[in-house]
Design a protein around this ligand. Structure first.
Ligand code: CO
Length: 211
């Protein structure tokens, strides 16, 4: 029981510290949240959304699941996206993956772990779509890194193709979807260079012109 009671002690200390720094902090936040960002990230305990971008409570709406997957029919994720856009009116959605993702590795290795295999099937689909590129990489760690990146890029497109995001663009709501990746080794984020902020940009991202 010691380990779990430690959390309450930590919580009391944290709440006291926050109040000491800003006596009105909790009263203000309790009245309303007005985050500008929706973060869609991995559940991995080493990738705590607010902490790595230095944002306090109230400034980022967060959805996390194993391997940061956005499935077209996942009501949980879709509801989060809808609420973030239509009620909170966020202007940015960040899909953030991370190198060293265990979910992505399990998908790459075609491991059997039970129920979760069905979820990771979506990541395997990303691998299959990009098989030619992945096969050119010589080592498994490089394929793993690349699949972590490709998975983020795919999920950016999935977010952008939701009826919710397209509806927002149609209504002239300024909204951009970004793909980032986090490096566990140095704590740094990298922008993967795919940002989609309109129907036209989505079209270009989905169907790039052959070079
Ligand atoms: Co992960």
């Amino acid at each position: 029981m010691k380990n779990i009671s430690r959390l309450f002690a930590n919580n009391r200390a944290w709440a006291e510290e926050m109040t000491r720094q800003d006596p009105d902090f909790f009263r203000r936040l309790a009245r309303q949240q007005s985050p500008q960002y929706l973060w869609i990230g991995c559940s991995d305990s080493r990738v705590p959304a607010n902490q790595i971008v230095g944002l306090p409570p109230g400034e980022m709406f967060v959805h996390r699941n194993v391997a940061n997957v956005v499935v077209h029919s996942d009501l949980n994720c879709l509801s989060t996206i809808q609420y973030a856009i239509e009620v909170l009116r966020v202007g940015h959605i960040v899909v953030c993956g991370h190198y060293g993702c265990g979910g992505v590795l399990a998908a790459l290795r075609n491991e059997r772990s039970g129920l979760i295999d069905n979820w990771l099937r979506h990541v395997q689909d990303v691998g299959r779509k990009n098989r030619a590129e992945l096969d050119q990489l010589e080592t498994q760690p490089r394929r793993h890194d690349r699949l972590c990146e490709l998975n983020v890029l795919e999920q950016v497109l999935n977010v952008s193709q939701t009826t919710i995001v397209r509806e927002a663009w149609l209504k002239g709501h300024a909204l951009a979807v970004h793909g980032w990746i986090y490096n566990l080794d140095d704590g740094l984020l990298r922008d993967l260079g795919l940002s989609v902020a309109s129907e036209r940009e989505l079209e270009t991202a989905l169907y790039p012109k052959p070079r």
